[in-house]
Write a protein that binds this ligand. Structure first.
Ligand SMILES: [Zn+2]
Length: 242
């Protein structure tokens, strides 16, 4: 379900135009337009994963907002932009509610079921490229800015590099964090077999960034930079989508 964003339609149109411009800039060969690529069925499917959800709200912002809500909203906006630019996409969840089997009583069992379901969904998608969207939290409250983590699968490091570059350019140009390998304990990233990036868009433990992430305008900016990063990846060397 794609939400209608009141008071933001103008911004969305502007973002659409910017995304089209970004696509045009990203694609080095003019004859390789997105529509032409789509017609030749070479475009992969962007699988957008809003982190957490259901009984797992993720981190809680210093403003009281659950991470899962922010993740879903940024994901929905990213999906809208992908749709507008002709990029095939799917989402691992569309709401805050998750249907757990009634026989699973423990929260840990339910969380595992959810993660396993997402892995099946992603690995069952031909030509998937995973973008898992999260928010950071750290005891040191001054920490801020986006960060990208990549899976061990081929192409993931390039994908994460494109995302980090795009997020930094849009949100925090002075950010010096490089894309890094994801910790091995992250179930989803460990078990998917496609190129995969997990982005931490900002720190919910930082008051300034938490307030920004509570606004639709900033979430749209994040979504725009993720879409732009994905377009850069599609045009980058070292993948199979050119
Ligand atoms: Zn998270």
């Amino acid at each position: 379900m794609i939400k209608v964003f009141r008071l933001e339609s103008v911004l969305l149109v502007l973002c659409f135009l910017a995304a089209v411009a970004a696509a045009a800039l990203c694609l080095r060969a003019p004859e390789k337009s997105l529509s032409a690529a789509a017609e030749s069925e070479k475009l992969p499917i962007l699988v957008i994963d809003p982190g957490h959800g259901g009984e797992d709200g993720g981190a809680v912002s210093v403003t009281g907002t659950h991470e899962s809500v922010i993740n879903l909203d940024i994901s929905t906006r990213t999906a809208a932009l992908a749709g507008l630019t002709g990029l095939p996409y799917r989402m691992t969840r569309m709401s805050e509610d998750i249907d757990y089997p009634s026989e699973l009583k423990k929260v840990s069992q339910r969380k595992l079921f959810d993660q396993q379901s997402r892995v099946s969904f992603i690995n069952g998608t031909d030509g998937a490229i995973l973008l898992s969207i999260h928010q950071n939290f750290f005891p040191k409250k001054s920490a801020h800015g986006p960060q990208a983590f990549y899976a061990k699968t081929a192409g993931s490091d390039i994908l994460a590099g494109c995302m980090a570059k795009s997020l930094d350019a849009a949100l925090l140009p002075e950010n010096t964090r490089e894309a890094k390998p994801i910790a091995p304990k992250i179930y989803l990233m460990k078990n998917v077999n496609c190129p995969a990036v997990l982005v931490e868009c900002g720190f919910l433990s930082n008051a300034g960034e938490a307030r920004l992430l509570d606004t639709g305008a900033y979430r749209l900016r994040v979504a725009m930079s993720l879409t732009s990063g994905y377009l850069s990846y599609l045009n980058s060397k070292g993948n199979n989508y050119q």
